[in-house]
Ligand binder design. Sequence first.
Ligand code: 13P
Length: 251
Amino acid sequence: MRKALIAGNWKMHMTTVEGCQLAADVSKACSEFTDREVLLAPPCNMLNEVSHVIKGSGIIISSQNVCWEKEGAFTGEISPLMLKDAGGSAAIVGHSERRQIFMETDELVNRRVKGALSFDLLTILCIGETLEEREAEKTFVVLERQIRKGLAGVESADMEKIVIAYEPVWAIGTGKTASKEQAQEVHAYLRKLIGQIYEKNIAEQTRILYGGSVKPANVDELMAQPDIDGALVGGAALDGDSFGRIINFEN
Ligand code: 13P
C-alpha cells in the first residue's frame, strides 16, 4: 500500500519569519492524519528554524536540491550532511527549474540522486516534458530517458527511498494543470517502466507524485487516480489555507 505524500516546494519564496508561520499553520492542518505524509521544502537558509517549528508533527523536511559530496569546494551547494544537520531527511532533485534555468543534465541529476541515497535521504526525482516535447509527441521518450538516466546505478534495495515526481513543465506555475486523464496516463506509463527496469513489486511500492498547478480545486480528482500517489505543490503551498486544503484531499 502506497502512502500518499503531499509535498510543498516553497522555491525561492518567504522570509524566515513567514516560513515559520506557514510551517506552524501546515503543522496544524495535518495533525489528524495517519494515512498520508506531508513534506515541506523551504529554502535552505530557514531549514533549521522550520525544522524546529514542525518538531513532533511528523512533517518531513526537505531541501530543494542537494550535492553528492558531504563537504568540499562546491560553492553554492548544500551537502546531504548539512541538510541532515538542519533537520532535513529528504531532497528534491532534478526539478525542471534546475534543469532549464541552471542547465542541470540527466547525468548531474543522477549524481545528486546517488549522493542523496548514500546519505539515506528520501529522494524525490523530478521529471517532466516541455510543451514543445509534448506537442512533438515525445513525452514518453523524454520521460523514459529522464527515468533511466536519473536512476542509473540505483539498486532495487534503494528504490524504497525514491519518490518520482511527474511535473509537466508546461503545467508549472502556468495555471494549466494536466487533466486527470493526462496525468493518470503518464503515471501508469511510469509505473510500467519502473516495473521493466526493476520488478513489478518495486513499481507497485514506488510513489509517483503529480506536480504542476495543483490547487484545492483540482487535488481531489487528481488524487482519485489509481497511479497518482501524491502531489508536489508550488504556488498553492505558499498559503496555509490552500495547502491545508490540499493536504486534506478527499479519498
Ligand atoms: P506550481 O504548483 O506553482 O505549478 O509549481 C509546481 C512545482 O514546480 C512544484 O515543484
